[in-house]
Design a protein around this ligand. Structure first.
Ligand code: C2E
Ligand code: MG
Ligand code: MG
Ligand code: MG
Length: 289
């Protein structure tokens, strides 16, 4: 739409001004074509084994390298992409790019770890999602067990029947599934098993509750116990302190992710971590009491 309006496209949007800010509209216009111009990139944040500190897997996090504004975080442009529907093509690119990158690392002789991709609600609603995933895997030759999807509770509960069927197809393909930001959304525990997820990610806010004294963190501990009783693995996101690291490890959390271990990083520096992983290096050398 906006393209046809050309440079005077602002006028066209004037009546929408109350709903969406001018900044968002500019961003939306520039986001169209960002894929073709090669401005989107994925950064990778390690998840480490709580017991051994070794790199186990990673999460792909989208960034937009804007020619004037520099690197833009997803919190700034994903809402714009969601509202405009652009998230569907962007999300498809993220899946393809992750598979392409996994294949490239394999070809370079690195032994890649599984990579998790965040899905948006609109992608989950698309009937083509499973075909897109199958094609991305086939084209890259990447094994399905190297791919994981992160979905939120609210997303899954929006249309339970459809979610169950889509997740069932993805599981059959061998892709694993995780619930992101667990504990913040609206969900029903009785569906946890039905959704066939392998992983729960404790939301950062509950990890943040764990203070030096270790008296807090009751919700994190409860989520770990709940997940384990259902045979589900647990990842803690947003681990920033040693106290959180110790608390989570003591309570049996399986994987840890956060600035304490590593920030999300560009593909090239993540590849270096993959390379050192072969020598059994730990991301954090401190020992766990
Ligand atoms: P998320 O999936 O819950 O990702 C975790 C966010 O926490 C990331 O922010 C990550 O950089 C940040 N983080 C990791 N460790 C720490 C820590 O120790 N402390 C703090 N303060 N933050 C930490 P980021 O990269 O800005 O992404 C924000 C959100 O954007 C993601 O939340 C996810 O919901 C969404 N997102 C990112 N990439 C994609 C994508 O490819 N597709 C879709 N649909 N959403 C995406
Ligand atoms: Mg995530
Ligand atoms: Mg999360
Ligand atoms: Mg989050």
């Amino acid at each position: 739409r906006a393209k046809q309006e050309g440079r005077n496209g602002f006028q066209f949007y004037a009546q929408d001004m109350n709903r969406t800010s001018l900044g968002d509209l500019l961003l939306e216009n520039q986001l169209r074509g960002a894929i073709e111009r090669g401005e989107l990139e994925l950064h990778y944040q390690p998840k480490v084994c709580a017991q051994s500190g070794q790199l186990e897997s990673a999460e792909a996090l989208l960034r937009w390298r804007h020619p004037e504004l520099g690197l833009i975080a997803p919190g700034r442009f994903i809402p714009v992409a969601e509202e405009s529907g652009l998230i569907v093509v962007i999300g498809e690119w993220v899946i393809r790019e992750t598979c392409r990158q996994l294949a490239a690392w394999s070809e370079a002789g690195l032994n890649p770890v599984p990579i998790a991709v965040n899905l948006s609600a609109q992608q989950l609603c698309q009937p083509e999602l499973t075909t897109q995933v199958a094609q991305a895997l086939a084209k890259s030759g990447v094994s399905a067990n190297l791919l994981e999807f992160e979905l939120t509770e609210t997303m899954l509960m929006r249309d339970i029947d459809r979610s169950l069927s889509t997740l069932g197809h993805l599981r059959e393909m061998g892709v694993s599934l995780a619930i992101d930001d667990f504990g913040t959304g609206y969900s029903s525990l009785s569906y946890l098993q039905q959704f066939q997820v392998q992983v729960l990610k404790i939301d950062r806010s509950f990890v943040n509750d764990i203070r030096v004294r270790g008296a807090d963190g009751k919700i994190a501990a409860a989520i770990i116990a709940l997940a384990h009783s259902l045979g589900i693995k647990v990842v803690a996101e947003g681990v920033e302190t040693e106290a959180q690291h110790r608390f989570l490890t003591r309570h049996g959390c399986d994987l840890l992710q956060g600035y304490l271990f590593s920030r999300p990083q560009p593909a090239a520096s993540f590849a270096q971590q993959l390379a050192t992983q072969h020598s059994g290096a730990r991301l954090l050398s401190t020992s766990i009491p």
